[in-house]
Design a protein around this ligand. Structure first.
Ligand code: FAD
Length: 444
């Protein structure tokens, strides 16, 4: 069986590894348009802050390892531009030589990820304006930063914007964040986002909310960001306003796409065309709480979907169980975490819901250095089923959000949360865990 995988990162290579493990006769060809395989984009911001020494540290497995140790024909500079499902052939061009290629497949995985959006603002081709996605993107940014401290403008206050802001700040640069929404981190409710705004102000980050970028000015290099309200001096600009799935190559294949262009897949990562699969940032993810397909492009989903795709392609039946909307972000000494749906999402879905909020210490208040934790829970008004949770604090946030994510995965109620047998000793918790204490404050 000849398997072709387009895309050599999280989803693509998770799949390729499952194929070679489960089909000993497999011929696996992976086609990557860049030159680097399997690297952790999630670590890129921390290079800027000096917390991770080198982009080499982000490479999980080198191309040579896939080739020599696992027998995968891992090709570089192979950009696929067209798929013909009738002849089961992919077509493309080698980026280093412009030589065209075509390769036939028995089973094909599309794992092409997503591209950062760069709106067509006037001046957006000026030097110093960057999006962050790949290791070469980061190297080009580092070159532009040089050795002096810079005025950095970050457009977009989502998780990449926040991580870049923190890391530029840590490296001694002055940071301005421009966000068109009324709050940073729009996956959080407005009341929770206030804690993020306060932290940004404490760190002397300039925030312009409710403000949209119109253009950039400068000679060769960017000098100012022009918004609908002001002009802001900037020597480096990071545009982090979202991503779009890389699915241009499926045009004219008949593969069904969602409204944002992501490939619609079922729980086995199959598309509507026989023997073509998709996984990761180029595909949809089934949301267990919303009970419909969603688009949440995260590495954690790409790895899981890639694994399921590889297993399915190799004939092993496994099901992608879906996501519940869990995410975690470090923002200076705060951890921002959420799972399930937000108030805005519940309103859009017309779920009748209640919320409960509490500020609680993360461990026994009498034990040294308890830190306050902001907890917000959301549950369905009629069934009491948990809908979501958001937690912000300095310590202990990660373990609570994962308990909540597990509860949501299993469609537990707010009452079930109270009944969980969670670990307690004073250095680790209170007798009633903060999420349980919050749950107990609900109206009966
Ligand atoms: P990608 O990693 O985008 O890989 C797709 C590959 O396909 C690329 O190598 C690309 O070159 C190749 N390709 C594309 N088109 C073609 C073509 N036509 N022909 C051949 N090859 C092609 N996620 C988290 O869960 N937690 C985090 O903390 C986190 N932090 C992040 C921080 C940053 C700065 C960034 C950029 C992303 C972060 N992510 C995080 C998201 C995560 O990195 C992605 O969700 C994940 O990489 C998606 O994996 P993928 O394999 O689907 O796509």
């Amino acid at each position: 069986m000849k398997y072709v995988v387009i895309g050599g990162d999280a989803a693509g290579m998770s799949a390729a590894m499952q194929i070679i493990r489960n089909d000993k006769q497999a011929e696996v060809i992976t086609l990557e348009k860049g030159s680097i395989y399997s690297y952790a984009q999630c670590g890129l911001p921390y290079i800027i802050g000096g917390h991770i020494p080198s982009t080499d540290d982000l490479i999980a497995r080198k191309r040579e390892t896939f080739q020599e140790k696992y027998g995968i024909d891992a090709r570089i500079y192979h950009e696929v531009t067209k798929i013909d499902p009738k002849t089961k052939t992919v077509y493309g061009q080698k980026r280093d030589s412009n030589v065209p290629f075509d390769i036939q497949y028995d089973k094909l995985l599309i794992a092409t990820g997503a591209e950062p959006l760069l709106p067509k603002w006037e001046g957006s081709k000026l030097n110093g304006i960057h999006t962050i996605k790949t290791i070469p993107d980061l190297h080009s940014l580092i070159e532009d930063i040089g050795t002096s401290k810079k005025e950095v403008a970050i457009i977009g206050g989502g998780y990449i914007g926040l991580e870049m802001a923190e890391n530029f700040h840590d490296a001694g640069h002055h940071v301005t964040i421009i966000e068109q929404a009324p709050q940073l981190a729009t996956v959080f409710d407005a009341d929770m986002a206030e804690h993020i705004h306060n932290k940004a102000k404490e760190k002397n980050i300039t925030l312009y909310l409710n403000e949209s970028v119109q253009a950039f000015t400068g000679e060769e290099t960017v000098h100012e960001v022009i918004t609908d309200k002001r002009s802001i001096r900037a020597e480096i600009v990071i545009v982090a306003v979202g991503v779009k799935p890389n699915t241009q190559l499926v045009e004219q294949t008949g593969i069904h796409l969602s409204s944002n262009g992501a490939i619609i897949v079922n729980a086995q990562m199959e598309t509507n065309i026989k023997d073509i699969y998709a996984a990761g940032d180029c595909a949809t993810q089934y949301h267990r709480i919303k009970q419909k397909n969603d688009y949440i492009p995260l590495g954690t989903h790409a790895n899981k979907q890639g694994r399921i795709a590889g297993l399915t392609m190799a004939g092993v039946h496994r099901t992608f169980q879906g996501v519940v909307g869990t995410a975690i972000i470090k923002f200076f000494d705060l951890t921002l975490a959420r799972t399930g749906i937000s108030e805005k999402e519940a309103e859009a879905l017309r779920f009748p819901y209640h919320t409960i909020k509490a500020e609680l210490p993360h461990i026994a208040a009498y034990y040294p250095t308890p830190e306050p934790m902001q907890v917000k829970l959301m549950y369905e008004a009629e069934t009491n089923q948990l809908l979501g949770g958001q937690i912000i604090g300095k310590l202990g946030v990660d373990k609570r959000i994962d308990v909540l994510a597990t509860a949501l995965y299993h469609h537990m109620t707010i009452q079930d949360l109270e009944d969980l047998d969670l670990a307690y000793a004073p250095p680790y918790n209170m007798v009633w865990d903060p999420i349980q204490q919050t749950a107990r404050r609900r109206e009966h």
